[in-house]
Write a protein that binds this ligand. Structure first.
Ligand code: ZN
Length: 345
């Protein structure tokens, strides 16, 4: 899922999404609640009207974002108080509120509010976060069922927390599974841990989730993380990684990352990746021109690379699906591991 946090893509125009192979996009309920506000989104036609996207949309509850602003949020047992970054004052972001805001925004998939602890390796922080996450999840599952469950036209996914601890991941996943959600997400990863630790957490979570429901890994999107998570049973991803790295001048290619600001590209007449079928490469704008554009802060350079990177990631997901169907996934996995080596710290 390409990410339109506030209903707007960054660095990629919305008309590019469909031709690039996008199937589903993601927005953030908390950010939309803050600006432009639920009523305004409703007047724009709900989240589908606002994003002009008629395919499936998932909204995140904003748990991760709220807790990542720990200097302006106060956790309590029934939710989290967070300073309103636009209007001032405090917002009491509770499970009920996260649920109701998403019911009003009308995405196809909504997410529970969970407690994503800042430090996934501190057991005395992670254990109570799992307890809270399960308690809040049940509250929201009950609200969801009272509204007709998935028949209401909106699915609700639970989120597995548990940091780097296998037993806590297992406890959280099993608890959520018993509540019978429409799908399941793995949260609290990609918060600065090493690749191997992330994969251990993914494995410990996915192993306890039902095989016949969607498994979604939140906020993860480098090529190696995608391939290795698919190998562990994950189906769905979102990440700002391809567009963000693109906006800063790094292109993802079949031969690895290309830092287009390097002096070696000054007079390079090739497109970002020769042979690539993305709109940026088809336009034949040379690497040298894109580099010069970055140096003079031209927005178009950022957009060209963001589009290429998003196309690369969407293509990678298509290649993964095809390779699974053809029985050649392990070859693709080895290819990606060779070119995109996992970070060790
Ligand atoms: Zn391209």
């Amino acid at each position: 899922m390409p990410v339109a946090t506030r209903g707007m893509m960054r660095g990629v125009s919305h008309d590019r999404l469909r031709p690039m192979g996008t199937e589903m996009i993601l927005s953030n309920a908390f950010h939309l609640f803050v600006r432009p506000g639920v009523e305004s989104v409703q007047k724009l036609g709900g989240i589908h009207g606002m994003t002009a996207w008629d395919g499936p949309i998932l909204t995140d509850s904003g748990g991760f974002q709220v807790f990542s602003m720990s200097d302006i949020c106060k956790l309590h047992e029934d939710g989290v108080k967070v300073e309103n970054p636009i209007r001032g004052g405090w917002i009491d972001w509770t499970p009920k509120m996260a649920f109701e805001v998403q019911a009003s925004l009308r995405p196809d998939v909504s997410m529970v509010l969970d407690h994503c602890p800042a430090k996934p390796s501190e057991r005395n922080e992670v254990a109570p976060a799992v307890e809270r996450t399960l308690r809040w999840a049940k509250e929201q599952r009950d609200l969801h069922n009272a509204r007709g469950g998935a028949d209401s036209g909106q699915a609700l996914f639970g989120i597995v927390q548990g940091g780097i601890f296998d037993d806590l991941r297992s406890e959280c996943a099993t608890g959520l599974r018993e509540m019978d959600f429409d799908g399941y997400a793995i949260g609290g990863v990609s918060v600065g841990e090493a690749h191997a630790e992330m994969m251990t957490a993914v494995e410990a979570s996915a192993a306890h989730l039902p095989e016949n429901k969607v498994r979604y890994l939140m906020g993860v999107g480098t090529p190696i993380d995608l391939v290795e998570s698919v190998a562990r049973g994950v189906d769905l991803f979102d990440c700002v990684f391809p567009t963000r790295t693109g906006r800063f001048g790094t292109a993802l290619t079949h031969n690895g990352r290309l830092h287009l600001l390097n002096a070696g590209f000054r007079e390079d007449t090739n497109p970002i990746e020769p042979g690539c079928a993305c709109p940026s490469c088809l336009s034949k704008v040379p690497r040298g021109a894109i580099r010069a554009g970055f140096q003079s802060k031209e927005i178009n350079s950022s957009m060209l690379v963001a589009v290429h990177n998003l196309f690369f990631i969407l293509q990678l997901m298509q290649r993964i699906r095809a390779s699974i169907a053809e029985g050649s996934f392990e070859e693709l996995r080895a290819d990606i591991a060779r070119v995109y080596r996992p970070r060790s710290t």
